[in-house]
Design a protein around this ligand. Structure first.
Ligand SMILES: OC[C@H]1NNC[C@@H](O)[C@@H]1O
Ligand SMILES: [Ca+2]
Length: 447
């Protein structure tokens, strides 16, 4: 059999998110988002870092598109800041905000780069949070109305849309543990926020079907759970963790119901959902975006709230700066798992990457990041292995194009294949960018 390879037409790209790279959060009529409020609340973000400037991408976008062009990227996954488009979240449209994304899409297309647009990557308009945000069931309509503005403006040129990025992180971080905006820590709110995220996803897909001519999907983070032992308590803990992080979003979208473990996990805090909600949530999607970073070897832990499960550190493994085990086989397993459980829906690896400490720019114009090169090489090999086993993977977006604001961890964690000097805003492609450029030019043959 010929060596496994990537299919012709495989889409090679990179990814960012609005609040992490753009800066200028209130420019040209934009309204504040919950992240603008969160970072300006003392003590919530490491080193008091904010997205006020970030990578200044709102102003340097032309330079960044030129970098993508030089690397030979075929696609660029980015998110739209809802509060640039609708400063109050609903109602008045801010045309200057629309123009930014309009120009960006045109520049990408002029450079042969396909835009993949995520409508929601965590930066909810603060004005909607004041009206309950993801806890207010009306948000499915607010979100669908915002989505329609974007569809009308860009659909002729944007052929791949995603509604949400990682609803699990939005819920777990923003409503259960409080580490992310809007910083709530409430096990009664978390299920409600999560359910409304899925309802909003469904409403936006429904809106797209009325006018859209191309593809729309959902982006989820999936972290495969490996049991630490065959002890029944560990087996049950692993099933809970898999249900909570992975199946809580895929089961409703593909099957129209939640995993049974959700009641076990949340107890009295898990509502009886109206059955008509699942007809909305289960709108057929054209592709699934999978964000993969690591796996979790899982054991029972009576004190771990609310899952009663925790991860077990692996002695021989390499860990990234965010404390994630480097485990490339988990990506192959994850892609096979999705196909096995949910069918062979077209998949994109919409995020995959690693934060390692980058040495100061060694020689002018060069940043050596061998650990990130290794991570990239191993994980691209893992994607190829999944394709060789019949999974319909159609593209890979490296997280991230640029070093950027890693949310509450500030700028301390660098995921970029392009280094950003935040004092001067100078961009320097790292060795990982040069390696990735070779991979793209050979459609993966150099791996
Ligand atoms: O933690 C790395 C990335 N994970 N997925 C969502 C992105 O916004 C993060 O930066
Ligand atoms: Ca290609």
């Amino acid at each position: 059999m010929c060596a496994a390879q990537f299919p012709n037409g495989f889409l090679w790209g990179s990814a960012t998110a609005a609040y992490q790279v753009e800066g200028s959060p209130l420019a040209d009529g934009a309204g504040p988002s919950i992240w603008h409020r969160f970072v300006h609340t003392p003590g919530l973000v490491r080193d008091g870092d904010t997205g006020d400037v970030a990578c200044d991408h709102y102003r340097r976008w032309k330079e960044d598109v030129a970098i993508m062009r030089r690397l030979g990227l075929q696609a660029y996954r980015f998110s739209v800041s809802w509060s640039r488009i609708l400063p109050a979240g609903t109602g008045h449209v801010n045309y200057a905000g629309l123009d930014f994304y309009d120009r960006l899409v045109d520049a990408l297309l002029e450079n042969g780069i396909e835009p993949l647009v995520t409508l929601y990557h965590w930066d909810l308009p603060a004005a909607l949070d004041d009206r309950g945000g993801w806890l207010n069931p009306e948000i499915s309509k607010w979100f669908a109305d915002y989505a329609e503005v974007m569809f009308r403006k860009l659909d002729g040129r944007v052929k791949k849309w995603a509604t949400l990025n990682e609803p699990w992180v939005v819920t777990d971080g923003g409503y259960l543990h409080g580490a992310l905006a809007p910083g709530h820590r409430n096990r009664f709110e978390a299920p409600i926020a999560s359910h409304n995220l899925l309802r909003a996803h469904g409403a936006a897909v429904q809106a797209y079907r009325a006018t859209g001519r191309h593809e729309i999907g959902l982006v989820v983070n999936i972290e495969p759970k490996y049991r630490a032992s065959d002890d029944p308590a560990d087996v049950a803990a692993t099933a809970r963790a898999e249900a909570y992080m992975n199946r809580q979003y895929l089961d409703p979208v593909f099957f129209g119901h939640y995993p049974k473990e959700m009641v076990e996990i949340f107890g009295e805090a898990w509502p009886d959902w109206p059955s008509e909600d699942f007809a909305l949530i289960q709108q057929p999607i054209d592709f699934l975006g999978v964000n993969y970073y690591t796996r979790s070897v899982t054991r029972f832990d009576a004190n771990a709230w609310p899952l009663k499960a925790c991860a077990v550190r692996q002695k021989q493994a390499t860990y990234t700066e965010t404390g994630w085990e480097v485990f490339a086989p988990g990506l192959t397993e994850t892609l096979l798992w999705v196909k096995r459980c949910y069918g062979n829906i077209p998949l994109y690896v919409t995020e995959n990457g690693s934060a390692f400490f980058d040495p100061p720019t060694a020689a002018k114009g060069r940043v050596e990041d061998p650990l990130r090169v290794d991570y990239l090489r191993e994980h691209l090999g893992a994607v190829r292995d999944a394709i060789a086993q019949g999974v319909d993977v159609r593209g890979y977006m490296a997280w991230s194009l640029l070093d950027n604001l890693e949310w509450s961890l500030g700028y301390s964690k660098r995921f970029g294949i392009v280094h950003v000097n935040f004092a001067t805003q100078q961009r320097t492609p790292k060795d990982s960018a040069h390696f990735y450029a070779k991979v793209i030019a050979s459609n993966g043959a150099v791996l």
